[in-house]
Design a protein around this ligand. Structure first.
Ligand code: ADP
Length: 470
C-alpha cells in the first residue's frame, strides 16, 4: 500500500501542505507588521531630532545666512540622528549640508518631500539612493515662523540598512521555524499514518489470503478504536467462515459416505440378479432388498432437502394453538402405531397454549420424534405425547418404553448422521438426520430441545417453545 495513492502518503502530504500554508500566512503578517513598526520607529526618531533642531534653526534662517555655521550644525545633528541632514532656505536652495565633500550646498533641491515641506506640510518617503546604493528613508520638516510662514526646510535621509538587516534576521528565523514545524509535523504524521495503515495493511493481506482459499486467518488487535474494532470483527468473521466451511466440507463428505453404502448394496444386488439364474422366490427377495435400499436413498434425499430448506430465509411464523396441532398428529398416527402393536397416548393440557410458529415445521418435529419412538419401541410398548405449560414455555414430551439410548451417545444424538451403534441396527435404516432436523427447527423457533434416556427402559424427548403473549 505504497505510492502516491496510499493513505499514508496523502495524510502526510495534507498535513505538510496545511502547516506550510499556516506558516506562510503567519510569516506574511508578522513580517509586514515588523517592517511597518521599524520604519515608523526610524521616522519617529528622525522627526524628533528634526523638531528639536527646528526652533534652533529659526534664528539662523532669519537674518544673514551663514552656510559654514549651518553645515557644522547639520554635521552635529547628523552624528546624533544617524542620518544625512540638509537645511534649505524658503526657495529650497541648500544652505547647510552635513556632507562636506560632494555636498549639495547652494543647489536647488527638487523632490516631492521638499515641495510639500515648502508648502508647510511635513513629508516622508522611502527611495533608493544611488550614492550609497541603499534604500533610504527621507523626511522633510518645514521650519516656520510664528505666523506659519515657511522660512526653510530640514531634510533628513537615513539609511534603512539597519531596519532591513533586522528584518532579514526575522525572515531567516521564520524560514527555519517553518522547516522545523514541517519536520515535526511530517514525522508525526508519518507515525500517525503508520498506526492507521499498519493494521489496514495486515487486514488487506489477511483478506487476500482468505480470497486465495486460506481461511484460517487471524490478525493482532492493537487498539480499541474504529480500526481495532474492524480488526476484531474481521477475526470473528474469519473464525466463523472457517468454522462454517469446514462444517460444510464435513457435511459433504458425510453425505457422500451415506449415499455410498446403499448404492454399493444396490449395485451388488443388480449384478447378482443379472449374472445368476435364481429361483423366482429368491429373485423376489433380491428385488425387495433393492426396493428397501432405494427407499433409504429417497428418505435421505428428502431429509437433506428438508435441512437445506431450513437454512434458507426465515418463513413467516403465525400464532397457533399447540394443543390442536398435537391432537391432530396423535389422531393421524393412531393407525400406524396400532399396526406395529404400539400404543399411542395423547396427554395434552386442557388449557390452550399458544405459540408463534411455522405449523408445518412443528408438525415435522413431532412426526420425527413419533417415528423414532415407534421405530425403537417393540410391540406391546407405549408412546405418550404430552403438552404442558412451565413458566412461559410450552413443553412437549414424547415418552417411549423402547430400547433407550446409551449414556455415552446422549450428547451426540442431535448431530447430523449420528446413529447409535447397536448390533441390532434398525432394519429399515434411518438417515441419522431426523433429530438434526428437529433440533434445527426448534432452534429457529427460539426454543430448546433435550433428551432423557435409560438403556432398556425408554427415552423421553422434550422440546420447549416460548409461549406467545395473547
Ligand atoms: P434416524 O433417522 O437414524 O432415526 P435420528 O437423528 O432421528 O436418525 O436419530 C439418531 C439416532 O438416535 C438413531 O439412529 C437412534 O439410534 C437414536 N434414537 C433416536 N430416537 C430414539 C428413541 N426414541 N429411542 C432410542 N433411540 C433413539
Amino acid at each position: 500500500m505504497s505510492g502516491i495513492y496510499s493513505i499514508r502518503f496523502r495524510l502526510v502530504a495534507v498535513f505538510l501542505a496545511i502547516i506550510l500554508a499556516v506558516m506562510i500566512i503567519i510569516s506574511f503578517f508578522l513580517y509586514t507588521t515588523l517592517e511597518r513598526y521599524h520604519i515608523n520607529n526610524l521616522r519617529d526618531s528622525l522627526n524628533r531630532a528634526g523638531l528639536l533642531a527646528s526652533d534652533f534653526l529659526i534664528g539662523h534662517l532669519r537674518g544673514q545666512i551663514n552656510s559654514v555655521r549651518l553645515s557644522t550644525l547639520a554635521e552635529n545633528m547628523s552624528r546624533q540622528a544617524g542620518a544625512r541632514v540638509i537645511f534649505t532656505d524658503q526657495q529650497g536652495i541648500v544652505v547647510g549640508d552635513s556632507l562636506r565633500v560632494g555636498g549639495l550646498l547652494n543647489q536647488q533641491l527638487e523632490s516631492e518631500d521638499i515641495f510639500s515641506a515648502l508648502n508647510g506640510e511635513m513629508s516622508s518617503s522611502v527611495s533608493y539612493s544611488e550614492r550609497i546604493e541603499q534604500n533610504v528613508l527621507q523626511l522633510a520638516i518645514p521650519v516656520t515662523e510664528e505666523d506659519e510662514s515657511v522660512i526653510g526646510v530640514i531634510f533628513m535621509s537615513a539609511s534603512m540598512e539597519g531596519v532591513y538587516s533586522t528584518l532579514q534576521d526575522i525572515r531567516s528565523f521564520l524560514f527555519l521555524a517553518t522547516l522545523l514545524a514541517m519536520a515535526v509535523v511530517g514525522g508525526g504524521s508519518i507515525l500517525l499514518a503508520r498506526r492507521f495503515t499498519g493494521p489496514l495493511e495486515e487486514l488487506t493481506t489477511a483478506t487476500r489470503k482468505m480470497a486465495e482459499g486460506n481461511l484460517d486467518q487471524h490478525i493482532e488487535v492493537y487498539s480499541s478504536d474504529e480500526i481495532g474494532r474492524l480488526a476484531e470483527q474481521f477475526n470473528i468473521m474469519a473464525k466463523r467462515l472457517n468454522y462454517y466451511t469446514s462444517n460444510l466440507k464435513k457435511f459433504a463428505a458425510d453425505v457422500a459416505h451415506e449415499v455410498r453404502t446403499p448404492l454399493a448394496t444396490m449395485s451388488l444386488l443388480t449384478k447378482s440378479l443379472k449374472e445368476h439364474d435364481m429361483e423366482p422366490e429368491q429373485q423376489k427377495e433380491f428385488i425387495e432388498d433393492l426396493d428397501n435400499e432405494l427407499e433409504r436413498l429417497v428418505a435421505l434425499v428428502n431429509d437433506l432437502l428438508e435441512l437445506s430448506k431450513l437454512e434458507k430465509n426465515e418463513i413467516e411464523r403465525e400464532e397457533i394453538v399447540l394443543n390442536n396441532l398435537l391432537q391432530s398428529i396423535v389422531e393421524e398416527n393412531q393407525y400406524r402405531y396400532a399396526q406395529s402393536g404400539v400404543k399411542l397416548i395423547g396427554d395434552l393440557a386442557e388449557q390452550t397454549i399458544n405459540v408463534l410458529a411455522v405449523p408445518l415445521q412443528i408438525r415435522q418435529v413431532v412426526v420425527n420424534l413419533l417415528d423414532n419412538a415407534l421405530n425403537y419401541t417393540d410391540a406391546g410398548g407405549t408412546v405418550t405425547l404430552s403438552l404442558y405449560k412451565e413458566g412461559n414455555e410450552a413443553i412437549t414430551t414424547v415418552v417411549d418404553t423402547g430400547c433407550g439410548i446409551p449414556e455415552d451417545d446422549l450428547s451426540y444424538i442431535f448431530e447430523r448422521f449420528f446413529r447409535v451403534d447397536r448390533a441390532r441396527t434398525r432394519e429399515g435404516g434411518g438417515t441419522g438426520l431426523g433429530l438434526a432436523i428437529v433440533s434445527e427447527i426448534i432452534a429457529k423457533h427460539g426454543g430448546r430441545v433435550w433428551v432423557d434416556s435409560e438403556e432398556g427402559t425408554g427415552s423421553t424427548f422434550y422440546f420447549a417453545l416460548p409461549i406467545s403473549e395473547e
